[in-house]
Design a protein around this ligand. Sequence first.
Ligand code: PXP
Length: 248
Amino acid sequence: MSQEQLVTLGLNVDHVATVRQARDGQEPNLIQATREGIQGGAKGITTHLREDRRHIQDEDVFKLKRAISVPLNLEMSIQEGIVRVACKLKPAKACFVPEKREELTTEGGLDVVREKGRIARAIDQLQTKGVIVSLFVDPVPKQIQAAYDVGTDFIELHTGCYANAKGSKQTQELRRLSKAACLAHSLGLGVNAGHGLNYENVKPIAQLPFMEELNIGHAVVSRAIFVGMKEAVREMCTLIRSACRHGR
Ligand code: PXP
């Protein structure tokens, strides 16, 4: 991708479903919130169909795919049952993530080096259905090389350590992410990023080389409580756009 192109927002709507599941009902309406996010400028919608179905449900992903005009990106584990749902759904994109039952959210990147065989098989199953595949990885060269080896189309760089770091530690994390993005690009992989990004820390990530899409959920859904989904997404898109214009 050329440096003039803008980085886009993939809006993660999982936590709209988290609020709904708190009462096991219909409110807030996931489709309506998603449509408002698209009106606000989201160029893609991301959802994580977790093995424990704690927020997004199977019927949500099928309804979402039918209801939206932008690409649906399914975050998922490589577990067989989930891969089966994804093969039936055929989202535009899928991002493989590690998953532990007890975690609050995805806690680290995939260990592609250790799980090469299983990941390669899952990638193949989805690519055969025409799905563009991404692997959620830490900014670690051997993981990126392994991601290339197993045949992924994209990597999504895990920005969690960057988001949690302060001061010079954060600068160090940014440097690691930048090097990782360059390595992935040199191997011919597309580069996305996400996790823990918010209105305060998103700009340097949007300015990383070769960045295409940022997947952001919690911060935007939290802001939406105060200003509405459309406005919360609009504000995030404005930040990303201005970061790209001034820093790439
Ligand atoms: N990208 C991936 C791969 C994720 O697992 C998540 C969390 O579901 C996100 C992005 C979004 O993270 P956050 O909700 O912290 O913005």
